[in-house]
Design a protein around this ligand. Structure first.
Ligand code: C2O
Ligand code: CU
Ligand code: CU
Length: 566
């Protein structure tokens, strides 16, 4: 009898503590917008637990960073000041930018310096994010708090009746797993034993939401674990956007799996529910077997964390009075996604393997680990490629590619679920033979020197070398035919300092003409090919940033190409 009571008390104790603990309201990150965005990344500290100072890293603050709001078509300069003691990079995850502006391991920002990429925003309305990407240090810097959201707006999205008042009926939710050490409450640079989850940097937080349609922009900003989300009353909600675009139509679900690096926008209807409380939950017991955070697979393989394979509340919603003009219904169709046509596309296969086979920490892509000095493949601007990925390891891997969006054409041989049918940049390849096919076009940018990355977005896997890189070479601007009178390639595009033109011509005189976006000729010069070959540099340091047209004119042929000066 005595034993029984003791057990009961022990079971109740954590529950009681959970109830009596005052719940903190989650912060909604400040926003930054306009053509110049200033970010400062710095070492800092924050009290996650009363009385304990935890070392952190933040952008413009002590944990996470401001939400950057961009409009499609605008020009933006992002100044990143590195006040850390260490080198970092800032990657604009999902944005379609040139390799030199991407913030990959090839764009390091050393301590005490500033990096200022500037580019035109070309992406569709959706939720993107930024985070460090220094090879071998990505997990550490992200775990300590360096990450923020980017919201891109565009005219197609603005034309739809959707909730979009930031912090009122449109909330960013950065979901993260984390390990705190018991004694000093420091964040451990390790993701195997995650013992905490947070929303916008707050554990067991709460949020007031109006009694109407409310939009949430979800990011799984964890190093390792998946989230499987559901409401405590198992209600339906609607997914309206994936990583890089709105969907064709809202998709009704009552649970949603979100991998590290992935984003979804959802709409939850709180109409008529003023005064009630609900919870966003993680249903770890329902995760597919073998997924980090979920139940072990048939062979007993799974993650060993204390919260794995459990269900718990992530965030409490307090429903308050509706706003003055609430969105009470959302459109039944959103945008028209057009899957990249794959006619004439090349195919590349990628095999993901554990090394050794049963490893849960050490993974290879096509048998090799990342080497900064090795380019894993090259392709050409404007070409299309089908990526065919097979996972031969015991763990799922959320696969991410830089440089452009992709469309998923199949998962394990079937059409992907409707909520994955928009533009994506992360897709999970399931363990033990899972396959994914996707189609991607290398548009707008080339750089023969700086590669784009692809990798698993489990940050410990990425840091350990589950990453590769590819070069997008310039498109040939001429008729790619030995009989052509003129053949040339122009690179890099975009550029800061100038373009190189390499080519062959059967004529002995060529004219180069560069015009700016309002049609003014800014440079004109003749080229005299030697033995049918020419090589010419077009200086650009004096040009203002923007779009230019470069024409190469011979007696028998004309070529014009669109170039961008940063
Ligand atoms: Cu979000 Cu290459 O990363
Ligand atoms: Cu990325
Ligand atoms: Cu992985």
């Amino acid at each position: 009898m005595y034993q029984k009571i003791k057990i009961k008390l022990a079971l109740m104790l954590p529950l009681m503590i959970g109830i009596s603990k005052a719940q903190t309201f989650i912060p909604i990150p400040d926003t930054l917008s306009g053509s110049i965005i200033d970010l400062m990344i710095a070492d800092s500290s924050k009290q996650f637990y009363n009385g304990y100072n935890t070392n952190t890293i933040g952008y413009n603050g002590n944990y996470l960073g401001p939400t950057i709001i961009l409009n499609k078509g605008q020009n933006v300069t992002l100044n990143v000041n590195n006040k850390l003691r260490n080198t970092t990079t800032t990657h604009w995850h999902g944005l379609h930018v040139a390799p030199m502006n991407d913030g990959s391991p090839h764009n390091p920002i050393t301590s005490g310096t500033k990096w200022s990429p500037s580019f035109t925003v070309m992406d569709y309305a959706a939720t993107y994010w930024y985070h460090p990407h220094l090879h071998g240090k990505t997990m550490e810097q992200v775990l300590l708090g360096a990450a923020g959201l980017i919201i891109v707006r565009d005219s197609n999205e603005k034309a739809l009746t959707l909730p979009r008042t930031y912090g009122v009926d449109d909330f960013p939710l950065v979901l993260q797993w984390k390990t705190f050490d018991a004694a000093t409450k420091q964040i451990l640079i390790n993701d195997e034993l995650d013992n905490t989850t947070m929303v916008n940097g707050i554990m067991n937080g709460q949020l007031n939401v109006p009694a109407q349609m409310v939009r949430f922009r979800l990011l799984n900003g964890s190093s390792h674990r998946f989230f499987y989300l559901a409401m405590n009353d198992s209600r339906n909600f609607k997914v309206i956007a994936g990583d890089e675009s709105l969907l064709n139509a809202p998709v009704t679900v009552n649970k949603l799996l979100i991998s590290p690096g992935e984003r979804y926008e959802i709409i939850i209807d709180f109409s008529g529910q003023t005064g009630n409380n609900y919870y966003l939950r993680h249903i770890g017991t329902k995760l597919p077997a073998g997924y980090p955070g979920g139940p072990p697979d048939a062979m007993g393989m799974g993650t060993p964390g204390p919260l794995d394979n459990t269900d718990f509340n992530l965030l409490q919603f307090n429903v308050i009075a509706p706003t003055a003009s609430p969105v009470t219904a959302i459109p039944s169709s959103l945008i028209a996604n057009v899957i990249t046509p794959s006619a004439g596309a090349g195919t590349k296969t990628f095999n993901l393997q554990g090394s050794p086979m049963m490893s849960m920490t050490n993974f290879t892509i096509n048998g090799v680990q990342f080497d900064k000095n090795v380019i894993n493949f090259t392709t050409k601007q404007d070409s299309v490629m089908i990526w065919s990925i097979t996972n031969q390891s015991m763990m799922p891997h959320p696969w991410h590619i830089h440089g452009n969006y992709f469309y998923i054409t199949s998962i394990d041989g079937s059409t992907p679920p409707a909520y994955m049918q928009g533009r994506k940049d992360v897709v999970t390849v399931s363990p033990q033979g899972g396959t994914v096919q996707l189609v991607m076009k290398y548009e707008d940018f080339n750089d023969p020197n700086i590669p784009y990355m692809y990798h698993c977005h489990i940050l410990s896997h990425e840091d350990n070398g589950m990453m590769g890189q590819f070069i997008v070479n310039p498109v040939s601007t001429g008729i790619n035919d030995v009989n052509a009178n003129l053949f040339s390639v122009i690179y890099p595009n975009p550029t800061y300092n100038g373009w190189t033109i390499d080519g062959t011509s059967k004529e002995n005189l060529l004219l180069i003409s560069l015009t700016n976006s309002i049609g003014h000729v800014v440079l004109q010069q003749t080229i005299l090919p030697v033995a049918g070959k020419f090589n010419f540099n077009v200086p650009a340091n004096e040009l203002t940033a923007g779009m230019y047209m470069l024409s190469l004119i011979s007696k028998s042929q004309n070529q014009t190409v669109k170039l961008i000066k940063q």
